[in-house]
Design a protein around this ligand. Sequence first.
Ligand SMILES: Cc1cc2ncn([C@H]3O[C@H](COP(=O)(O)O)[C@@H](O)[C@H]3O)c2cc1C
Ligand SMILES: O=C(O)c1cccnc1
Length: 343
Amino acid sequence: MHLLEETLLAITGVNEENQKNQKEYIATLLKTPDGLGKLEKMNIQLSGIEKEYRVKKKAVVVMAADNGVEEEGVSASKRVITQYVVEAMVAGEASISSLCKSLGSELFVIDLGIDSTRVFKGAITHKIMPTGTYNIRKGPAMSREQAIEAIEVGIDIVRELVEKDYNLFAVGEMGIGNTTTSSACLKALTNLPLVELVGYGSGIDERTLGLKIAVVEDAVRINKPDVNDPIDIIQKLGGLDIAAMTGVYLGAARYKVPIVLDGLISGVSALLAYRMNAHARDYMIPSHISEEPGAKWIMEALCFNPMLHMNMKLGEGSGAVLVFPLVEAASNLTRDIRVYPEV
Ligand SMILES: Cc1cc2ncn([C@H]3O[C@H](COP(=O)(O)O)[C@@H](O)[C@H]3O)c2cc1C
Ligand SMILES: O=C(O)c1cccnc1
């Protein structure tokens, strides 16, 4: 059996009995009812994932790959920027590296198809397409086999890291053009009007936004994805990064560890994972709301209420990692707070 198939069968929901007991216990603590709001909800969620959950090691997993659709001029940046940023990430000099350093997280960067023959020292190489995906305006991004292979890379990295005691994950990406691929996937997933889903990405102007909308429209029309088959959506409209991040969410659910969502692209992968197995959502924690318009609809579709409003629009996992201290605080609540005395 394929690793993906096996994983989808192995995913189960969280322990509802533990959650019920935890909820009752929180109600006995010396504080106002629901006084700690979302922290209490998170504490209950974590207790369903693992009875005495405590953060051990934290990992941000960044999936990096180039996107064929970049040749349509949909990004403010050239495709070579993918390699420059990945190089900075592994050197500890990218935005996500700085945030990981501040927040005590390890960063793992995976090259699934950066358009370069270079080996990025410090990154994990899992090249599925050596120059990145094909242009989705002209046909499918990749084959179904390649989509599955990329998803399985994501599942596998979680397995490897869980074996090394990592038990809090965030997932991010790097790949010029990936706000176009993720908007196309989101169109297939939601069928909302494109003006609600396509945004300025890494900083395009108004005229390019019009082109980007037309490209997404063409990509969906030409590829005709089966909207009920997330793998078909990924294969035709996605990127290798989107596929691999979907696998990370599935892996987190399979190995029962919490995983924090980031912005638009990471959110699209979360929605794809949820559509493959609804229990995957039980292990997800929202973080911030990206400025990309599609992010709002992802949160709606997943019934998530993000915690942070930071005006961020970067990706890389930069919004997700900011929530790690909140997860740690939430996990410790019932260990530390005194119960209400009899009065
Ligand atoms: C220097 C730089 C660093 C980045 N870090 C993340 N992204 C983000 O921007 C890209 C998506 O935007 P678009 O679809 O418009 O190309 C992705 O690589 C995403 O990770 C960056 C983009 C740039 C330019
Ligand atoms: O929300 C995101 O993930 C995002 C937004 C802009 C550029 N890159 C990523």
